[in-house]
Design a protein around this ligand. Structure first.
Ligand SMILES: [Zn+2]
Length: 182
């Protein structure tokens, strides 16, 4: 007997998907853009930006923040892209990292010290860690994160970085920091 879980309807959708699926070969992402954005379910970049399979790698965390883990992933992906494809194509640029923060972000609550204290007690996370992940004003945090990534010593000189804000109320993404190299 099949157990019905919350995944059941999604697995049914996957059956439909797999029915007409064509696998993409390993290659550079078609758009040569890596999206870093919030894990919020209202901010799915595949839908908001119309991404197709094999278009772009996506990294998501609370707020879409540049953390050490994100910096490490991007450093590895740049190495991988250069290792696999750089030699044959002599690429001067590998990809652009587009950081997308958004309005009404749930992490904005972490800007409040009382809430942050409660969250730290409940999760065991450091208050400073929680404070660092807060997106109270996406226009401010996205600029700070573009700067943080661009000044990271691990960032490949062949990777550019840009900043954008997604407005939950309008569905519109606005570029607030133009792409530039380290
Ligand atoms: Zn968010």
């Amino acid at each position: 007997m099949t157990v019905i879980t919350r995944m059941t309807p999604l697995l049914e959708r996957n059956e439909t998907f797999a029915g007409s699926y064509t696998p993409a070969p390993l290659g550079l992402p078609a758009r040569q853009v890596l999206i870093l954005t919030c894990l919020d379910h209202r901010v799915d970049p595949a839908i908001v930006l119309g991404l197709q399979l094999a278009d772009a790698p996506v990294i998501r965390n609370a707020g879409g923040r540049v953390t050490q883990a994100v910096i490490d992933d991007i450093a590895y992906l740049a190495f991988l892209a250069g290792y696999v494809f750089g030699g044959e194509q002599g690429l001067d640029s590998l990809f652009e990292v587009a950081i997308v923060h958004h309005t009404q972000c749930g992490t904005g609550l972490l800007a409040d010290p009382g809430y942050r204290h409660q969250a730290a007690e409940a999760t065991g996370l450091a208050e400073a860690t929680l404070e660092a992940s807060a997106v109270a004003d996406p226009y401010v945090t996205v600029k700070a994160d573009v700067d943080r990534l661009l000044t990271s010593p691990s960032l490949s000189p062949k990777v550019s970085v840009s900043g954008h804000v997604y407005d939950i109320a309008t569905g519109r993404v606005t570029t607030t920091v133009d792409a530039r190299y380290p």
